[in-house]
Ligand binder design. Structure first.
Ligand SMILES: [Fe+2]
Length: 102
């Protein structure tokens, strides 16, 4: 496995963690709001924004790494997209989606 493909996998895993954290912090921030715990809600909101920023940084990293990983996969024995060789991460698709066989 090429280094860029490994990096793409690591970034994808890190983004799953960030999304989990975003859901958790968003939920407890809302609960703190509802309970009138303003200081806690403010701190949780601050943490939530940090998690979102991290997710955006990972998406930016993934945009380049995913293309590199796809090119590494393409440098092997194929001329087109094969199942399992396309790497996606983050909220944007970086390569054309293969049309499923009819
Ligand atoms: Fe995080």
């Amino acid at each position: 496995m090429q280094e860029d493909t490994k990096d793409a996998g690591i970034i994808a895993a890190a983004q799953r963690v960030e999304h989990y954290e975003i859901a958790a912090y968003g939920t407890v921030r809302t609960w703190a709001d509802l309970l009138g715990r303003d200081d806690d809600a403010n701190l949780l909101e601050e943490t939530l924004e940090e998690e979102k920023e991290t997710d955006q940084k990972l998406t930016q990293l993934a945009e380049n790494i995913n293309v590199q990983a796809e090119q590494d996969a393409g440098a092997g024995s194929r001329s087109g997209t094969q199942s399992g060789s396309r790497v996606e991460s983050g909220s944007r698709r970086t390569t054309a989606r293969k049309k499923p066989a009819a």
